[in-house]
Design a protein around this ligand. Sequence first.
Ligand code: AHR
Length: 637
Amino acid sequence: VTIDLSREEAEIPPSLYGIFFEEITHSGDGGLYAEMIRNRGFEDGTLPSGTVLKDGKAVAKPLHCYSNDSINHFSIAWNDSLFMESWEVKCVSDTRPPFYEITEVKPLNNATPHALFIDLGASASDVWVVNDGYWGIAVTEGQRYNFQFYLFTEELKNTVVTAALLDCEEQIVVSKNFQIERDGSWNHYEGAFTVDTTANDLRFALLLPHKGKVYIDFVSMFPENTFCGHKNGLREDVAGMLRDLRPDFVRWPGGCIVEGLTMDNRIKWKETIGDIVKRPGEYNLWGYRSTYGFGYHEFLQFCEDIDADGLFVCNAGMSCLFRNGDYWEEENRIDNLIQDALDAVEYALGDTTTVYGKRRAENGHAAPFPLKYVEVGNENVGLRYVKNYNRFYKAIKEKYPQIEVVCALMFSPYIQEAEKIDILDPHYYETAGWFYNNADVYDKLPDDIPYKIYVGEYAAIGRPSLYSSLAEAAYLTGVERNADKVQMVSYAPLIENAAHGKDHLLVLKNDSVYGRTNYYVLKMFSENRPDVNLHTDLKPASPEPVFRTNGFIGLGTNNTEAQFKDLKVIVNGEEIYTSGWSDFVDKWTIIRGDWKMEGNLLSQSQKGIDALAILEDREFDDCTIELKAKKISGTEG
Ligand code: AHR
């Protein structure tokens, strides 16, 4: 290795390392957000319009495009028990359950119409209403926990209700009594527990007398100590791990949930601000309903707290087409979405004489927040998107020239149709092998590329290991080397609750959090940022490439609409490549003998015929090469 100290190359911009937050695998509710009561408003059974339950999860009813085998086989089952997710209602000394139901008869407010009704008179003993929290409630000795709940009753045997924490043997750890109003209206009760034990398997309970009728709603508990001390705050340990990555920007709210299962299911930022009791929450396409207690305001506050810039992502007029979602075409509906995005910027940056700047001040923050980027859509790669993107871009730039607009086209061929791109956001979910082999992927970018690149999502798929973390590290060296073009990068997904485990950067339980090896890779890169690259010559030990190929092999159909998933390359029976789970291919090349056929190529990272990239570098004499993939649309081939 020769390093030339006199030859400076690409500078490293301060924006390079950031974090990507999306509500997935309970990263927010049951994760970063410090709420300890799960399904606090009894709303978890509310599914988005235009969806039905299939195998316990909401899916979009078939509306448009993309053929899918399962489309006609929805079982339209409604599961009322979702409304009682994590709750239990039981008699203290009688095995017969009391009568209870989830009802819309007495809404606490219009946004959260459901409440728990209990006919206590039908019970033989007092009644416990118990919540498991996020797979157990964890407390620390000496710490204080603030709780609240709403009750509505006209008749109750006596006026005392007890709030308590129970241990796993149903013994009371700590409790507090409340005098209850029997005035036939909703009343708010709040209190605090200071515990003298450390445990992670407690449950929250309300003890009710066994005569009368009662409605219960919005039961909530937070630790007194939250990150930076905010009332509707974040877990100190989890937020601290994120802060320790020293991110320069934070992206919110995602990810696919920006698109939603349907347009109606997209994230609507205006529903995520203000009084948490009145936030409706949303069922997200990752299979559960979240409260959006960690909403737009909290995201901006977190940016300020950790000295990062905000990157807000808005819906671009289409829900997740890959999940059979719908889209809007009418100009006025797109106008409304553009206005929504402008309002979001106003909420962050506008002074208090503006409508949304005033709302921000009312929500407790008069000064502007550090919002710097707006991304239009997520992983939207088609022509319909570009049409909308051009309109969003113009409107945002006209009103807020300082905002950098991120385009979600990845490396789609439709880039040509975009009138102007500040920043482009390609995503890479690939094997560890791919990351090793493509550490130089950005060396190949043209010098005059007319936009900056923000790698919004990357991850070596499969359970993170030292091997895959090193592969990501190899890739990041390529990012840094080309940091004049690749100006921002964020790993995804960020956080998982261990009860919903996948392969994310941070793993947490109710009482602990740890980073996987790739968290520490990222931390190391972020903490040791160079100012500038120095010219480096790397001479391989063997000057000859080990592998070389004489040709190409590809996979396709003779139908340009064809799409493939799950591409595998098998050489002499050995699987040498598997594409990312989210990869799809609809541009293709077929070569047979001296005959070559090419179609459009499109994948998450614009290398759709993944086999080509790999085989190009290798020599395979006398061998069998197989390509296998699932064809998900297209007719012949
Ligand atoms: O990170 C999980 C998902 O992967 C994101 O929501 C989406 O943008 C990507 O395809």
